[in-house]
Design a protein around this ligand. Structure first.
Ligand code: SN0
Length: 315
């Protein structure tokens, strides 16, 4: 696998989960693989888990790691071609990317949806420029449309906690004050489609995800009905895809409360974090013994290490 931008590139999820299990049990078994190899992690947006877990994963593989926060100390970057650069932007991505490529063996990129143009976001213009111009293998640390490292950690966490072969997993929209990208829910839907789980998405009207991510998946606008008998509840906010980037609702009737969890089959609670407490989920639910948010975050190291290992093996 040269680049990793979507969970679908894994081909066999079963094989990837086996590889992840091995990595989790033997975190330092492949120290020689990354020796004298450099991972460059480029962040256009904030990060806590992705930054630390990917760095840790690379170190476990014996790699050297460099982190660049584009918005903190790097030159302000122009991303459009043809612009007369007489403003505040000092450097063009078209030079910056190949330069970064000179310094790294593998490049991780975080570049969220910018919500200026649905077309640009869904064409992954920033991520694809890294693939096209860096000359190096590139992996997504959440791009405009997907967050595959999160999805791998999510599925791994479900696999570790499920008590039946085909658990019922509900991904529910929940309210949030800001417009958030669709990357996490798109990616989760894409990954869950590769499992044999009973998967349902619940969201208010106007919040249906892009059709390419929900084809063949059950989508309902009735959260209570979806939660019935659920084994796992995955909460997430996202901005509207149809009215692109808009916040159409902050309906607190969609917050995951203990009353909502009582509709489930004693479900586990999942969220990728960071989470707005008492908007997305109440304190009591996230603090309950059924909350898996911390083990889920811990599995981010395993997911990143599994992917980096595959990329190093195909260098
Ligand atoms: C990002 C998102 O895609 O939803 C990253 C999740 C891993 N989340 C946020 O930007 C949350 C920001 C906030 O203010 O709550």
């Amino acid at each position: 696998m040269r680049h990793f931008t979507s969970i679908r590139q894994l081909g066999s999820l079963e094989e990837a989960l086996k590889a992840a299990k091995y990595v989790k049990e033997n975190p330092f078994a492949d120290q020689a693989l990354g020796r004298n190899r450099t991972a460059l992690l480029v962040f256009f947006n904030n990060s806590l888990r992705t930054r630390l877990s990917t760095q840790k994963a690379a170190m476990n593989l014996g790699m050297n790691v460099m982190v660049l926060d584009v918005n903190q100390g790097a030159w302000k970057l122009e991303t459009e071609r043809g612009v007369v650069m007489d403003g505040d932007k000092s450097e063009h991505l078209l030079e910056a990317i190949p330069v970064m490529g000179c310094y790294a063996d593998v490049i991780g990129v975080r570049s969220f949806a910018r919500f200026q143009s649905r077309e640009d976001d869904y064409n992954e213009v920033i991520l694809n420029q890294f693939i096209q111009y860096s000359g190096k293998p590139v992996f997504s640390m959440e791009a405009a449309t997907r967050h595959p490292l999160q999805t791998l950690a999510d599925i791994l966490t479900i696999e570790e906690h499920k008590t039946k072969a085909r658990p019922k997993v509900v991904m529910t929209w929940a309210p949030h004050p800001k417009a958030l990208p669709q990357a996490v829910p798109n990616s989760f839907a894409e990954g869950l489609d590769m499992t044999g789980y009973d998967f349902v998405i619940a969201n208010p009207e106007g919040y249906d995800l892009a059709p390419e991510f929900t084809r063949g998946i059950k989508v309902t606008h009735n959260q209570d009905e979806a939660l019935e008998g659920a084994d796992f509840v995955y909460a997430k906010n996202w901005a509207s895809y149809e009215q692109y980037g808009q916040v159409l609702s902050k309906d607190m009737g969609w917050t995951v409360t203990s009353e909502k969890m009582a509709l489930t089959d004693n479900a586990f609670f999942l969220h990728c974090l960071p989470v707005r407490r008492n908007m997305i989920v109440t304190d009591d639910v996230i603090e309950s013994p059924r909350s898996l948010v911390i083990p889920e975050a811990a599995n981010r190291v395993v997911a990143a290490q599994t992917i980096l290992k595959m990329m190093l093996e195909s260098l």
